[in-house]
Write a new protein. Structure first.
Ligand code: UDP
Length: 341
């Protein structure tokens, strides 16, 4: 299929592009490179530098390439930043999603895979979060994704669209060959922050909150390998082609505390880390662990790399071979951009 991937130069988007191409799809990436890296985009994908904030450009791109399905990754993703700058989140994550949906309706493109998040659930009322758990996000990031989900649901009802919403839990890792990996600037996520610290002479890591109601006082999260997450998108697209749509968790049913993640990173890197205990980060729920039953049964999703040590090992292979991320590979200027404005 001809698939438009917004945010296809980002961490998760670039891994999904790679899996789509490996599965035989034709991929057109739209990314403004505000966060992403041109070098992260698979060479067989067509790359267009552009933003979802521009409705005319979206429609023109979709028409020009005969797009049949859309995967929408382009979004801001930092909880703390969303608390400080909510407008930025509602603008990019919600308003720009509306632009994309409008262009899809205008061009009669009916298939969408949407990147959502476990942050839509808020504080869990059950041990394992199932997809029908009430949505009650604790921060503007989660709310921007919940609102987008609601808009998508309404578009599906009223305009005959078919959408699959994937709610990501905590994503980490890199391709096992370390050809692409994680390079956020600044980096805020736990695993890459620890691994980048492990590369320095002062390997200091911070724990945000040690008074949570968990077994060791630190937050518990459900970590998924980025390649497994990317493969879930291919399953979602195949599902849409077979009449299957809906909302699915992408998690592992297993939670690890911040302290456990730090221990695993010490084991994999062989570095002793200096741990600093700090106060809670605003907007963080104590525990987020997914039920992945529905995704496995309905979408036929299987994980290749289920254990945390493997996820961290692949992330470490990427970070230790690319200490400056994509800047270690090639300057962005070496690539030609298709500029559609
Ligand atoms: N965290 C931490 N120290 C850090 C970064 C994150 O203790 O330097 C904690 C954070 O408070 C959360 C967990 O690690 O409880 C996972 O955070 P991350 O930002 O990786 O993902 P999130 O769960 O916010 O999507």
């Amino acid at each position: 299929m001809k698939v438009l991937v917004t945010g296809g130069a980002g961490y998760i988007g670039s891994h999904a592009v790679r899996e789509l191409i490996l599965a035989g799809h034709q991929v057109i990436v739209l990314d403004d490179l505000s966060q992403g890296h041109r070098r992260a985009v698979h060479p067989d994908a067509i790359f267009i530098r552009g933003s979802t904030s521009n409705p005319e450009m979206l429609a023109r791109t979709m028409g020009l390439y005969g797009i049949e399905a859309v995967m929408h990754f382009a979004a801001h993703i930092e909880v703390a930043e969303s608390v400080a700058h909510p407008k930025k989140y509602y603008q990019n994550n919600l308003s720009n999603t509306l632009n994309l949906l409008q262009a899809m309706v205008d061009l009669k493109i009916r298939k969408l895979v949407f990147s959502s998040t476990a942050a839509v659930y808020g504080e869990p009322q059950t041990e394992l979060l199932e997809e029908d758990h009430p949505r009650s996000p604790l921060n503007p990031y989660g709310r921007s994704k919940m609102m987008s989900e609601m808009v998508i649901e309404d578009f599906c009802k009223s305009y005959g669209m078919h959408a699959t919403v994937l709610r990501y839990f905590n994503v980490a890792g890199a391709t096992p060959s370390a050809v692409i990996g994680e390079d956020h600037r600044p980096e805020t996520h736990l695993i890459p922050k620890i691994l980048k610290a492990a590369l320095t002479s002062n390997p200091e890591v911070k724990i945000y909150g040690t008074d949570y109601p968990t077994f060791d006082g630190t937050c518990v999260r459900d970590y998924v390998h980025v390649v497994d997450l990317a493969r879930a998108h291919v399953c979602a697209l195949e599902g849409l082609n077979n009449g299957i749509s809906g909302t699915f968790n992408i998690g592992s049913e297993k939670g690890f505390s911040v302290r456990q993640v730090i221990q695993s990173c010490e084991k994999i890197t062989g570095k002793k880390l200096i741990v600093k205990e700090e106060g809670r980060r605003p907007g963080d729920p104590a525990i987020l662990v997914a039920s992945s039953q529905k995704t496995e049964k309905v979408l036929g999703w299987e994980r290749l790399y289920p254990d945390l040590d493997t996820i961290i090992k692949h992330a470490w292979q990427w970070h230790s071979s690319h200490p400056e991320g994509y800047a270690d590979i090639l300057p962005e200027q070496e690539f030609q951009f298709y500029q559609i404005s």
